[in-house]
Structures are given as structure tokens and as C-alpha cells.
Design a protein. Structure first.
Length: 427
């Protein structure tokens, strides 16, 4: 995806092509929701070579089904193969990459040159996208990777908006940048806390997110070399524990700047996140991007998009490194004020327009009298209180309490298949 028209008008880069909206998909179901709710492409992990070993990673058959679903929407599927490989990781690499090509994967996301080189040789139809793990932050390095045949460079999360502009001025290559999701408290993800505490290698897919644990803090009453040095607690039992995770990234308030920067692909982080998270976040960014291209000169941020982002958030948000380097206020050193959470409670399977009754697949407990919110692609949403609930046989229920249970109740407005229901956590 190259910029169709690039010119300067009042200091802005003018574009006719929309940037790709790239969503995470930790499972086949999440892949389908991400695409249905507006993603142009998704990135997934296979059984090997990715950095999310605890995700519900895809088998080749699941990949094939995911590609077939994506094709119906004109979307693409990428596979993360972004580990730094050890000698024992190389066995089977050729067959794995060839299989990715065979099932229809569009591109791999790679960090290790041997994976890139092998893909060129055994799976030439696969595009190779340079992973953010390579920490690419300047135009000369981007140029180097282009000369190696890389079709797309995923920039390090530490890159600023000014640096992106300079890169786009010097190098004609696809640029992908993260616009939403968790940020690593270590520089470009080069962390060994997980390795040290749990023997799980962060750079081989096993990060245990040690930075987000709760810690007690102590100081030594004498130098460490002193034989009688003892630990002095810095906090009492009633005090909050110490953490060191970073706030999450959100650029929903800066869509015009991101588009005008020339970034080709807007990437959302979160292969381990829920279906509710994926659908909600993708939906908000889809609407914002489309609204900008519908009328760039009169674009305004819709507060509803911000509200949607917060409904999916579980940590405070900031703009990462795009405008200035994050400071201590951008890390979470103690328990933060909790964002009001929402639970995904149901999925619309069918709707009868004559009776106004929806068929719902239960995903979390809900019952009559509770307020739920329906939402679907393109920003459709409404709230209502749940009235009488029936099971498939028409028997009245006091609650929808069984996982994946099929229930029915009357809705106040028309709903469609794939619409979702949520309710406030704890309500």
C-alpha cells in the first residue's frame, strides 16, 4: 500500500488512500470479529516462532479457515514469526513457512534475518514485514531494510511523529506503527525480568509481564557488603504495593495527525485480549478513519469513540512516544484508579423482526432487570433493561448463567447477527 497522492497543503500531507487498520487476533473467533467490525487485516500467531506462546495460536487448518473468511471481506491475514531464533528453533522452519504460503497467508512479521532469508527462498509469495522487535527508528535503517527486500517496516514504539515524517520523506516503503494497546516498560521490549523471575523468555514468546506484578520494596540498613545488612521495609502492610508497568497507548484523539504522517498501517496491540476488546477498539478506529476521509477539512473527534475506547480499557491511556518521551507520570507505580469495566455478556445469533425477539448466545452471566448495551459495526448501539428471558424451548429463566447457553428476549430496537451485548462489570 503506497500513498496514492502525496503533496503538501498548509503543511499537511494529503492522502487519497486510507491507511490499513490492522487488528490482533489471538484465536479464530477473534479474527472473525476483528474483520467483521472493520479491520482491513489481522495478525495472528501460529504454533511456532511467535512472541505470544500463551495465546490460542492457530493451527494450519484454522489459518486456512481464517484466510477464507478474510477473503470474503477483502481483508488479509499476517502471521507473527518474530522470535529471535536459537539453533534448535531452525529445525522445521522451511516446512513451516512453506505451509503458511500454502494456506494463503499474505505476510509474515519477522525479526530474525534467518527467518526472513528462509521465507524468501521457500515461500516467495509471502511478504516479509520487519517486526517492531528490530527497534527501527531512523530513515537510514529503514532504507537499509528496504534494500534487503523488506516490503514493510513496523517501527519501534519509541519513534516520534517528527521522526515518522522524516522517514516518509526519505524512504518509499510501507510503514506500520502501533496506535493502540499495551506499552512495554522496557526499551523496545528488550526485557529479561520474565526470564529472571520465571525462566520464561520474553523474546521467545514467554513473557510473564513481571513489570505488572505487585512488589514489596526494601532498603538495606548497611552497604550490601556488610555482613549484618538487613532489609528495611519501605512500605507498611496497609500501603499499596509497587508496580512498574506503563500506561497503555491510545491515539484515537490524534487520527488526523496519524493519517497525515503517511503511516500506511495502523496497528492495534492485543492478541491476548478479549473479543469485546478487539471488536470495540477496531470499531472505534474504523469510524474515526472513515470519518476523516469522508470530510478531512471538517473532521471532528466524536466523544462516543473515546467512550468506546474506555469501555475496552483496563489501564490509563496516553499517547506513548509520539509527541514526547513518557515520564514517570506515564508509568503505573501504584494501583491506579480503575476504569469502569464492561463485560461481554452475549452475542446476537438471530433476530425475528415480527416479534422483536433476539436469539442470544450467552457469554457471561446476565438476568432480567439488568441494563445491557447492544453494539455492532459502524457505531450502532443502544441500551435497554433485560425483560423476560426464555431458553430455546420457551421456558422462562431467572438468569442466563450457563456458558454458550442459547436464550431469547425481546429487544427495544432491531439487532443483527454478530451484534454484541455488554454490561458494566459488577452490575
Amino acid at each position: 500500500m503506497t500513498i496514492a497522492v502525496e503533496e503538501r497543503a498548509r503543511g499537511k500531507r494529503v492522502r487519497l488512500d486510507k491507511p490499513e487498520l490492522l487488528a490482533p487476533a489471538g484465536s479464530l473467533e477473534k479474527l472473525k470479529f476483528a474483520i467483521h467490525y472493520g479491520a482491513d487485516a489481522v495478525y495472528i500467531g501460529g504454533q511456532k516462532y511467535g512472541l505470544r506462546s500463551n495465546a490460542d495460536n492457530f493451527t494450519f487448518e484454522e489459518m486456512r479457515e481464517g484466510v477464507q473468511f478474510a477473503n470474503q471481506y477483502g481483508a488479509k491475514v499476517f502471521v507473527a514469526t518474530n522470535i529471535y531464533a536459537h539453533n534448535e528453533d531452525i529445525d522445521g522452519l522451511e516446512a513451516y513457512l512453506a505451509s503458511l504460503q500454502e494456506v494463503g497467508i499474505s505476510a509474515i512479521i519477522a525479526a530474525d534475518p534467518i527467518i526472513m532469508q528462509t521465507a524468501r527462498r521457500v515461500a516467495p509469495k509471502l511478504e516479509v514485514h520487519l517486526s517492531t522487535q528490530q527497534s527501527t527508528m531512523n530513515w537510514q535503517t529503514v532504507k537499509f531494510w528496504k534494500e534487503q527486500g523488506i516490503e514493510r517496516v513496523v517501527l519501534a514504539r519509541e519513534v516520534s511523529m517528527k521522526e515518522i515524517d522524516e522517514i516518509k520523506q526519505h524512504v518509499e516503503v510501507e510503514i506500520e506503527a502501533f496506535i493502540h494497546g499495551a506499552m512495554c516498560s522496557s526499551y523496545s521490549g528488550r526485557c529479561v525480568l520474565s526470564n529472571h523471575f520465571t525462566d520464561r523468555d520474553s523474546n521467545r514468546g514467554g513473557c510473564s509481564q513481571s513489570c505488572r506484578w505487585k512488589y514489596d520494596l526494601f532498603a538495606k540498613d548497611q552497604p550490601l557488603s556488610a555482613p549484618l545488612a538487613t532489609d528495611l521495609p519501605l512500605f507498611g502492610e496497609e500501603d499499596d504495593a509497587f508496580t512498574m508497568g506503563s500506561k497503555d497507548l491510545s491515539m484515537i484523539e490524534h487520527i488526523p495527525e496519524m493519517i497525515e504522517s503517511g503511516v500506511d498501517s495502523f496497528k492495534i496491540e492485543g492478541r491476548m485480549k478479549s473479543i469485546h476488546y478487539v471488536a470495540t477498539v477496531v470499531n472505534a478506529y474504523r469510524q474515526a478513519i472513515d470519518a476523516y476521509f469522508a470530510d478531512p477539512e471538517h473532521y471532528e473527534l466524536n466523544p462516543l469513540w473515546q467512550d468506546e475506547i474506555y469501555k475496552a480499557a483496563n489501564r490509563p491511556l496516553n499517547s506513548g512516544f509520539f509527541y514526547e518521551a513518557p515520564g514517570h507520570e506515564d508509568h503505573i507505580f501504584e494501583p491506579e484508579d480503575k476504569v469502569v469495566g464492561f463485560d461481554f455478556v452475549g452475542l446476537v445469533m438471530d433476530y425475528d423482526a415480527e416479534s422483536g425477539i433476539a436469539v442470544i448466545q450467552q457469554r457471561n452471566h446476565f438476568k432480567p432487570g439488568q441494563e445491557v448495551e447492544f453494539f455492532g459495526p459502524n457505531g450502532t448501539q443502544f441500551k435497554q433493561k433485560v425483560d423476560t428471558i426464555w431458553d430455546e424451548e420457551g421456558q422462562e429463566l431467572d438468569a442466563a448463567r450457563h456458558p454458550l447457553q442459547i436464550v431469547k428476549f425481546k429487544t427495544n430496537q432491531i439487532v443483527k447477527k454478530w451484534d454484541m451485548l455488554r454490561k458494566k462489570t459488577g452490575k
